[in-house]
Each structure stands twice: as C-alpha cells, then as structure tokens.
Design a binder for this molecule. Structure first.
Ligand SMILES: *Cc1c(COP(=O)(O)O)cnc(C)c1O
Length: 392
C-alpha cells in the first residue's frame, strides 16, 4: 500500500497586510487631556482614573500608561486580576481594587503592593490573614445597596478595624459609591453624602485614622464639589463621555474612541428593495447601500435598528434594516462609494459624526455600555501612544 500523497493546500489569497476591517481608534491625547481637565475640576483632591473592564473597552495597558502620564495619582480597577495585570505590565503607582470574591488571593495583592478594599468584617479578617503588615481600605454602603458594609455591618467593621490597627494593620482609606450622582438634584446624593460623613466620624471615634476619604465618581466630580473629599474616582468622563446622555454639564471633554470599518460591499439597488432580515426597511428610491462588517457579535446593539446613523464622506448616513450578528447596512444615497472605503459609526462628534452617546440613545442604554461592550473582530488601535508634553 502506498502512503497517501500530501495534498497541497489550495492557495489562499494574500490577506491585506494588517488592515483591520473594523477597528476602534483610541486617541490617547484626548484621554490625557480629559484626565488633566478633570483633575483641575477637583484641585484639592487626588485623582483616581478607573480602568476596570479593559478600560471601559479602550485597552487596559495603554490607557493606564496614559493615565499616569497625565498625572493620575491613583488607578482604580474592580478585580485583583486587573490590578495584577497592571503590575505585570510594569505599573508601579498607587492602585486600588474593590471587588473580591471569597478566596481572593490577598497575599498576592500584598506582594504586588495593590491596595484592596474590605467590605465586611469577614473580608477584613481575610485581608489581615494574608500579610504580615496588612493594609486595606474600608468600604461603607451609604445607600447604593450594592457592595460595602451596611448599617450594623459598618459598626462591626469599624470595631474590627480598630482591633486590626492595634495589631499593626494599616487602614489607608474609607470610601463609598453613589447611586444617583448622574441626577445631581436627586435627594439620595445629599443623603449618601451625610451618611458617609457619619460613617467616617464613627471610624474616627473608634480611634482609626480613616486615611483617604472618597465618594465621588465622574458625575459627582463634575457636579458636586462637596463630595470630592480627599480623592475622586473618574471613569466614564476620562473617556470623554457623560455618565448619562441627559446629564447637564459644561465640562469640555473629548470622546476618546472612534469606531470605524471598511465597507465590505457596495451596491446600487432600486426603489422598493427590502433590506436585511424581516425587511424592516424598504428603499424609497434608487440608492446605494454599503455593507458595514460590524454587528451585535461585535457588541453593537441590535436594539439600535432603525434609529442609528453613521458617517461617510463627511455626511451622516442612516443605518437601515435590522442590525445583524456581524454586519449592518448603511444607505449612502447617491454618494460615490467603493468597497474598502471607511465608514465611521461614532467618534468625537467634532466633524458631525455620531457619538457613542448617540448610539447609546438609539440603543436605549448609556454610553458606558456602548464602548465597554465592543468586542468580536473589532481591533483596538491606539493613536498618540507617546505623550509629547508628558508631565510625569
Ligand atoms: C466604575 C466605578 C467608578 C467610576 O464610575 P464612573 O461613573 O465611570 O466615573 C468609581 N468608583 C467605583 C467603585 C466604580 O465601580
């Protein structure tokens, strides 16, 4: 029996060298400028830039580096894994994380000089057991109803913290998180701030120096100076986006991310042509359709069907028909277009293009979800990676 002859693979066409078909451009100059603008809004407080969830979809490591270049005093992340990824990449500055499941490796946190947060006496005990000279911040739930010690739990945590300090542990901060900061006149803001002051006073009365007191997120940083305390934690605003599409503010921020793609197909169709699944759109006249190779598999919301627009050749063009898993269609009218031409789904808005906020409104969500949810085949491309006027 003769051995099988190896089959030559069919020749594949050469892929275009490193030309992504869909990409999110992240302008690190705009990011650094936003960080500086926000720091100036809270001149008496330190600034923590929040880079959880892959820097809200903008890319953890380049964004964290840009944050330090722009003078961020602290970086904040949700999980210890995110913090350790930053340490592994060489970040050495003050770093806080706040969401630890039972069994979290607080010893690894201590070795890496990552500040952790205890939200209960039980969690404080885990932190204390993990290092010779343990150090932690304390989180009080002042009314968000999420993480943090609530009511009597806070009294217990304060007592445990006082004992821990006597035993040589360091309490480096006390903090809480607001529920309704994006509605500046909501009564919960005053109530939570008052409860926070009380909680800090309880800690002091127990003989514990609270260290850094912090409460404000982006919305409170922008609208509520009384909540600035010693440090402010800014996430969404550093990415140039408002906490809520309707939140009034006059802070000059530049959206950092632009979402772009190359048209995968272009065709001329007559009037009366149904477009995409379910024919939810039918052309009213002869027109040119462009196929955008991004869909809900990339995290663009199908709920934006019939409501969103894109930007092509300096004009707004409607996204027509149902948004599909990996593609959507734009109606280019009579604009000249060729396969491979670049279409922008959102950007800073300065040239007239839609913004992530426009897509949030079209999808019935907030800009956080629009940028953080992107994935699939979308590549991140960082521009202005080097800080020319670095203020390190
Ligand atoms: C995400 C987060 C922030 C940042 O919130 P923004 O609204 O994006 O500014 C601040 N603090 C905590 C605890 C967070 O989880």
């Amino acid at each position: 029996m003769t051995p099988p002859t190896p089959q030559a693979l069919p020749s594949t066409p050469q892929a275009l060298p490193s030309t992504p078909q869909a990409w999110a451009e992240v302008d690190l100059d705009a990011y650094r400028q936003n960080v500086r603008t926000l720091a100036a809004l809270a001149p008496t407080a330190q600034l923590m830039t929040v880079v959880k969830a892959d820097a809200y979809g903008h890319g953890l490591l380049p964004v964290a580096r840009a944050a330090r270049e722009a003078g961020a005093d602290w970086i904040g992340v949700a999980t210890l894994d995110e913090a350790l990824a930053l340490r592994a990449a060489g970040d050495e500055g003050p770093l806080l994380c706040w969401l630890a499941a039972p069994g979290a490796d607080f010893a690894a946190a201590a070795r890496a000089d990552v500040e952790v947060t205890a939200s209960s006496a039980e969690q404080l005990a885990e932190v204390l057991a993990a290092a010779d000279v343990p150090s932690t911040q304390l989180k009080v739930d002042t009314g968000l109803g999420r993480n943090g010690a609530f009511g009597d739990q806070w009294t217990d945590l304060v007592a445990a913290a006082a004992r821990a300090v006597e035993g040589g542990a360091r309490i480096t901060g006390v903090w809480s998180h607001l529920a309704c900061a994006d509605e500046p006149s909501h009564p919960a803001n005053d109530a939570q701030e008052a409860r926070f002051r009380e909680a800090v006073a309880e800690l002091e009365a127990a003989g514990v120096d609270p260290g850094l007191r912090h409460l404000a997120n982006s919305a409170a940083l922008m609208t509520r100076p009384s909540a600035h305390f010693d440090l402010v934690r800014a996430g969404i605003a550093t990415y140039g986006l408002p906490p809520d599409p309707t939140m009034p503010h006059d802070v000059p921020l530049t959206p950092v991310m632009s979402l772009r793609a190359r048209l995968a197909a272009v065709k001329r169709v007559p009037a009366g042509q149904g477009v995409s699944y379910g024919y939810r759109h039918v052309t009213q006249r002869e027109t040119t359709l462009g196929l955008v190779p991004i869909g809900y598999g990339e995290g663009v919301h199908r709920a934006a069907t019939g409501r969103a627009s894109a930007f092509f050749a300096g004009r707004r063009v409607p996204v027509v028909g149902t948004i599909c898993m990996d593609q959507m269609v734009v109606d280019l009218g009579d604009l000249p277009a060729r396969r491979g031409d670049v279409v922008t789904l959102f950007g800073p808005g300065t040239a007239g293009e839609p913004t992530a906020v426009d897509w949030a409104v079209a999808s019935g969500t907030i800009a956080y979800e629009v940028v953080t949810g992107l994935g699939g085949r979308i590549q991140l491309v960082h521009t202005h990676d080097h800080d020319p006027g670095g203020t390190r």
